[in-house]
Write a protein that binds this ligand. Structure first.
Ligand SMILES: [Zn+2]
Length: 205
């Protein structure tokens, strides 16, 4: 277990996104500081961002809906791009649902100014000078989407606890993007429907 108290923690502000450039072999520890926050997560090959972490390919390679510790996460070219090396949470993460976007918030009655994980992804990438035409399906860390035996899915508050963390290791030079999901209409970010800050720290190779 890593001692976080001595580390330089960076903030993922509630409802916003960050893009982080990491060399191969680095580790990034992402902390669900308040326990209730879903973090939509993407990874792009730094040298060729048309290669990106793909939940479809990850499920295909793992033959499982959701990754566990020691699993690789795969790109749309079926190559490992990240590895899940630590998870202190109950291990409930979603790979099925799309990122929230302005159309979802329109359906929920919000105005077009409502932030979304999709807009957070592209805004965060623009801050490092990158433009990407697509929004890959994210790894939704801490998102609780139970799948029933009849194939229906539900959306429930996270089961993670304050301070639960996930450590991801880069398998190639990678841009990792986190969005602290701004969903404040449904209880996907906890029963209070309040998006919260999360934090991360990097162990560079
Ligand atoms: Zn979202």
């Amino acid at each position: 277990m890593v001692d976080l108290t001595s580390m330089d923690l960076q903030t993922i502000p509630a409802g916003r996104g960050v893009a982080i450039e990491l060399s191969s072999g680095s580790e990034i520890i992402v902390i669900n500081t308040h326990g209730t926050q879903v973090l939509d997560t993407w990874a792009f090959n730094l040298d060729d961002p048309s290669e990106y972490m793909s939940m479809e390919h990850t499920r295909s390679r793992l033959s499982r809906l959701s990754p566990k510790v020691s699993d690789n996460l795969f790109s749309n070219r079926r190559r490992p791009i990240l590895k899940l090396v630590e998870d202190t949470s109950p291990g409930i993460h979603d790979t099925l649902l799309c990122a929230c976007n302005k159309e979802i918030y329109r359906e929920l009655g919000c105005d077009d100014g409502h932030r979304s994980c999709e807009s957070n992804l592209h805004e965060a990438l623009s801050f490092i000078g990158l433009e990407i035409a697509v929004t890959p399906g994210p790894l939704n860390l801490f998102m609780n989407v139970p799948v029933a035996s009849d194939g229906t899915i539900d959306r429930a508050p996270p089961l993670s606890r304050p301070g639960d963390l996930v450590t991801l290791q880069t398998v190639m030079d990678t841009i990792v993007v986190f969005s602290a999901c701004p969903q404040d209409v449904t209880p996907i970010n906890g029963a209070q429907c309040i998006p919260r800050d999360a934090h991360y720290t990097i162990i560079a190779r």
